[in-house]
Write a protein that binds this ligand. Structure first.
Ligand code: FAD
Ligand code: E1W
Length: 448
């Protein structure tokens, strides 16, 4: 094996498959090792229809790989969040100014298949049913399990795209401590399904991300192209009702939904069965001090910086990682320098979106049906009009722009203070002191 321009990627999931294409396009010889079987042959593991929100950051990365067209063919547009309060009228809160500012719901399995096909068409070699087991970083040999067999493969450099439970990360930590810290969220999740209506159509508004905010917990639903919705219930693992500890089976879930999500009951005919069949998922934020081991190994995506899902940015961020890493690898004189530069660039941004994702849970479960919150959103839109290119709503900076997450976080904090100060004690924009607000915007926010 020639040493240069060879890369071995661990994990053929979302980031691994995309990075394979980006590197193969640049003339690198790429091998991808994936624990699971080929989803194009065996169907996607799990079989359930799980969807993800794709926003501008992810879409831009897909464009770089020429994958955007195929992916968008199977996507459902989401124009905004459709909020279902327990009492009061449900309604759509638009994400952007028009249909150029939307996000997309895509099926994880279909997306993975598109990315694997493209990677292969660019010459990446895909090795399924290869589970990374151990790495010898001295002799640069990766050891895999394939069914019962042990397989050893020499490598030049390893990119760990093997997700939150990364084996590559554990192996790197044996050579040099990575300063790993996992902060578990004390809430978990359960996935349920809304099937199509009898006439085959969507049962609720298709072009939206639905949210049922209930204070300390919530449900959301994202549309699938087969006219179903995947519903996710997020609530505490333990503690006072409702928690997964107290809602353990389908019957208990039925009672909870009867009380707190009564409008969804007729939409989820198999609530009991879904609840009993699907596991409770866990959520965590993963922080590392280091993402790379000189020129021998680097981590990307969830393996480097898993986050809670409440901003819908984990995959988007992982895709942004892929573009950044491919560019550093192409530009830097050595892989060691490329990996170091990649880490230096991306770690502050990963930490920023990790923080914003945590903060967004409280916003989604407790604020989106609150009058003060809605007034702040109204003012945000007005200030965007008054100060184009200077005051840009938080959601837009994260979802419709590609400015660094760390910059979005910095600006959002200032904007939030301006919004809170300007609306304090008000119940409509009529009482806003525009002179004061405009002056604050001009003084505190540089044009972007
Ligand atoms: P993964 O997609 O996990 O891929 C890792 C791959 O590595 C897998 O194929 C796995 O089989 C393989 N692998 C693992 N171990 C080994 C091994 N030892 N050897 C070989 N292969 C291995 N993000 C969004 O952007 N939008 C959303 O709407 C969104 N919603 C989410 C909802 C929930 C409930 C959750 C939990 C996450 C959500 N995310 C969302 C986050 C998103 O799922 C992840 O950020 C994304 O999948 C990360 O991609 P990845 O390639 O790093 O890891
Ligand atoms: C998105 C799982 C998930 C995925 C998402 C989002 C949310 C709430 C959740 C964040 C959002 C798309 N969000 N939605 N409305 N405001 N913020 O934008 O992906 Cl829980």
């Amino acid at each position: 094996m020639t040493a240069d321009r060879n890369i071995t990627i661990i994990g053929g999931g979302l980031a691994g498959a995309l990075l394979a294409t980006l590197l193969a396009q640049r003339g690198w010889s790429v091998d991808v090792y994936e624990r699971r079987g080929d989803p194009r042959v065996e169907g996607y593991a799990g079989g359930r229809s799980i969807n993800l929100a794709l926003a501008e950051r992810g879409l831009h990365a897909l464009r770089q790989a020429g994958a955007d067209g195929e992916v968008l063919k199977q996507a459902v547009m989401m124009r905004g969040r459709f909020v279902h309060p327990l009492h009061g009228e449900p309604g759509l809160q638009r994400y952007g100014r028009d249909d150029s500012e939307v996000i997309w719901s895509i099926n994880r399995g279909e997306l993975n298949i598109v990315l694997l096909d493209i990677a292969e068409s660019h010459g990446a070699r895909l090795h399924f049913d290869h589970r990374l087991d151990r790495v010898d970083f001295i002799d640069r040999i990766a050891h895999f399990k394939r069914h019962e067999d042990d397989i050893a493969r020499p490598f030049h450099a390893l990119v760990g795209a093997d997700g939150a439970g990364s084996t590559q990360r554990a192996e790197m930590a044996k050579v040099q401590p990575l300063g790993e810290r996992t902060e578990w969220l004390d809430h978990g999740y359960k996935e349920l399904e809304i099937p199509p209506a009898l006439d085959g159509d969507f049962r609720i508004e298709p072009n939206a991300l639905h949210i049922w905010p209930r204070g300390h917990y919530m449900c959301i639903a994202l549309p699938n192209d087969e006219r179903t919705f995947t519903v996710t219930l997020f609530m505490p693992h333990k503690g006072e009702y409702p928690s997964f500890e107290q809602v353990q089976d389908g019957d208990a879930a039925q009672a909870l939904f009867q009380r707190d999500f009564p409008d969804t009951l007729p939409l989820i005919p198999e609530l009991r069965q879904d609840f009993d069949a699907n596991p409770v998922g866990s959520l965590a934020t993963l922080y590392l001090d280091r993402w790379h081991l000189d020129g021998r190994a680097v981590l990307i995506g969830d393996a480097a910086h898993a986050m809670v899902p409440f901003h819908g940015q984990g995959m988007n961020c992982a895709f942004e990682d892929c573009v950044a890493l491919a560019e550093h690898i192409e530009r830097a004189p050595s892989l060691a320098e490329a990996f170091a530069a990649f880490e230096a660039q991306r770690k502050p941004d990963a930490e920023a979106i990790q923080q914003m994702a945590l903060e967004n849970y409280i916003e989604m479960r407790d604020k989106v049906d609150n009058a003060d919150y809605l007034l702040q959103r109204q003012l945000e839109l007005a200030l965007q009009e008054r100060h184009p290119g200077r005051f840009i709503p938080h959601y837009s900076m994260v979802s419709f722009m590609r400015i660094p997450y760390s910059l979005a976080l910095r600006r959002s904090k200032i904007q939030h203070e301006v919004l809170v100060e300007a609306t304090r004690g008000l119940d409509s924009l009529d009482g806003v002191d525009w002179q004061v607000v405009d002056a604050a915007v001009l003084a505190r926010l540089e044009p972007l």
